[in-house]
Write a new protein. Structure first.
Lengths: 69, 140
């Protein structure tokens, strides 16, 4: 499974931190394209395989720091 | 009255696609809204922060088209709420800062007097020409 995170909307730091948090659940590969951060997931634990991509994306979103008011 | 809808329900994937204009809902507002939905849905962002932001929203549990529509409505409400909160926060920024500054300043002054008391040094009395040294309690 490959997830493409838009560089304008997701931060590299949030993705790296998420990979660190999820590394026990699957094998991750991180690559940087021109407009997207590409994250590949392989060998996911069978009990989480169905949801790991979506949960991972949510986790990345939760780590994004943005300027408020 | 014809209403323009900013979302599309994809029945096959059981998800909702929002197309949001950043001049109406700034990126920070969209982040805040997404954050509020993280426990109920899977969210994914794409697009361009200055042209159009695409939000894909998928329920954590399998949702019917009607439930998806309800979720989309709630998301729109939350967007409005977040946008308003952000605007109020921006409008009150200076007042907030002034209040905090004043509180910190008065705490600093209080801290100085407390320290003076602790060390038995009375700077204010010294300046005003009164006797310095340890304070003595007045006998009633």
């Amino acid at each position: 499974m490959e997830i493409n995170f838009n560089k304008n909307l997701y931060s590299r730091q949030a993705i790296r931190r998420s990979i660190k948090a999820y590394r026990r659940l699957a094998d991750f590969d991180f690559q940087e394209g021109k407009n997207y951060f590409k994250v590949s997931l392989k060998n996911a634990a069978p009990d989480v395989a169905r949801v790991i991509g979506d949960e991972f994306s949510n986790y990345v979103l939760s780590l994004i720091k943005f300027k408020q008011g | 009255m014809k209403q323009k809808i900013n979302f599309k329900i994809e029945k096959k994937e059981k998800s909702i696609i929002f197309r949001l204009k950043p001049n109406i809902y700034p990126l920070e507002t969209i982040y805040l809204t997404c954050y509020a939905f993280l426990d109920r849905a899977y969210l994914f962002l794409d697009g361009h922060p200055k042209k159009e932001i695409i939000v894909r929203l998928k329920g954590k549990e399998s949702l019917s088209p009607r439930e998806l529509e309800g979720l989309a409505g709630e998301f729109n409400n939350e967007l409005l709420s977040a946008a308003l909160r952000r605007k109020i926060s921006q409008d009150n920024k200076k007042i907030r800062e002034a209040v905090v500054l004043r509180a910190l300043a008065s705490a600093q002054i209080q801290k100085r007097y407390l320290l003076d008391d602790f060390l038995n040094i009375d700077v204010s009395r010294k300046k005003s020409g009164r006797k310095t040294g340890p304070r003595k309690n007045k006998k009633k």
